[in-house]
Design a protein around this ligand. Structure first.
Ligand SMILES: [Fe+2]
Length: 202
């Protein structure tokens, strides 16, 4: 596969990711209790719509259509954010769960754009590089703003009294079971790691 084709695949993934976020960001804005977070998500929704437009411009340069790949990664990351919205937490603790979800989406996009820009630079596609860099800068700024908005929430959450744990929902039980499976599957490789680390230390 030529590098240009890998880049186009990557960008179709990003196009799907951005479109998924256009649907997901209003839910985060609605769910967040903190006004700063609400405003941030609403503002970033507008930026995201602009990013979809820039990606369309990139595909025009290629003479290709932007659809063709569904981004499973972003679907998963958004799913994690949706879990945070269902959590039975109060005020700042609830919002901090959303912050974790939102930061994951931003960093997923930062990774996607960083990789795509590197490919476009190698192919000397200056116009494409410029458009993708604009998107990347917005994602980086959004991640920084979310991190800053989390600071007062962290302070407030630290002052929150501990609450009695609610019983686990069916979804949470399923997730807990899967996490034990993850641990079990990794165990043989971790054992090898522990043995080799012990050997190095000896
Ligand atoms: Fe984005």
């Amino acid at each position: 596969m030529a590098l240009k084709d890998v880049l186009i695949d990557e960008l179709r993934d990003m196009y799907s990711a951005e479109n998924q976020l256009v649907k997901a960001l209003p839910k985060l804005a609605k769910g967040a209790k903190d006004q700063t977070l609400k405003t941030l998500f609403t503002d970033h929704l507008e930026e995201t719509k602009g990013q979809v437009e820039r990606l369309k411009q990139v595909f025009e340069i290629f003479g290709e259509k932007p659809t063709g790949e569904h981004c499973n990664g972003m679907e998963g990351v958004i799913e994690e954010g949706a879990d945070a919205l269902e959590k039975d937490e109060e005020g700042p603790s609830f919002d901090l769960g959303i912050v974790g979800g939102a930061l994951r989406t931003e960093h997923y996009e930062i990774a996607g754009y960083t990789a795509s820009i590197a490919m476009a630079k190698t192919l000397n596609l200056n116009e494409v590089v410029a458009l993708l860099t604009e998107n990347l800068k917005e994602e980086e700024a959004a991640a920084q703003k979310i991190t800053a908005a989390a600071q007062p929430l962290l302070k407030a959450a630290a002052a929150q009294p501990e609450e009695a744990k609610a019983p686990k929902t069916a979804k949470e039980k399923y997730s807990a079971e899967k996490s034990r499976e993850d641990e079990k599957k990794a165990a043989p490789d971790l054992k090898k790691h522990t043995t080799s680390t012990a050997r190095k230390a000896a």
